[in-house]
Design a protein around this ligand. Structure first.
Ligand code: FES
Length: 168
């Protein structure tokens, strides 16, 4: 047998190593992509959702604005409906508040509690917020309602992701 000849055992070793490596990469590369791809995705400017509320129609009285959008979580897409309480403050600036109570996450309502008119009321544990969204001392919530950043798109109100006051 010459030096260039390979034995049957060597041939099997090379072949199995090659096939094994191919199968390992075929399995691990999609998993690697699954783990890394969401991180590499660029953030689109689609973080704002255009509502059906005309900017010109917003007054000093808080109104409920519902808006729906498609949410992507990795590769999972779902349709989500959100709500904002929208009004203009005394300076004419638009305020869009999250309805989610900062105590334990129930939904607040505007001006529904007769004992506390002109306030946001949370029925779960009698939480109260002033019109600007700040929590009323002595009630369960310990911080203000979150605030939606907003912009105007063709005369309509577009809302971003609600954030704690000061971050919006
Ligand atoms: S969840 Fe709103 S007061 Fe408790």
């Amino acid at each position: 047998m010459s030096k260039k000849d390979i034995t049957r055992r060597q041939f099997l070793n090379y072949t199995l190593t090659g096939v094994g490596g191919f199968m390992a990469s075929a399995i691990s590369l999609p998993m690697l992509r699954f783990a890394v791809d969401p991180v590499l995705q660029t953030k689109e400017d689609s973080d704002y959702v255009v509502t059906d509320k005309k900017i010109a129609d917003i007054t000093n009285e808080p109104v409920r604005v519902d808006f729906a959008f498609e949410q992507k979580d990795g590769w999972y897409k779902s349709n989500v409906t959100n709500t904002a309480w929208v009004f203009k403050d005394e300076n004419g600036k638009i305020v869009a508040l999250s309805p989610v109570c900062t105590h334990l996450g129930c939904m607040v309502d505007w001006n529904t509690n007769k004992k506390h008119p002109e306030q946001f009321y949370c029925p779960c544990h009698d939480g109260l917020y002033k019109k600007d969204g700040t929590n009323v001392e002595g009630t369960p919530p310990t911080r203000p309602l979150d605030v939606y950043p907003y912009k105007e798109v063709d005369g309509y109100l577009a809302l971003g992701k609600a954030k704690p006051r000061g971050e919006a």
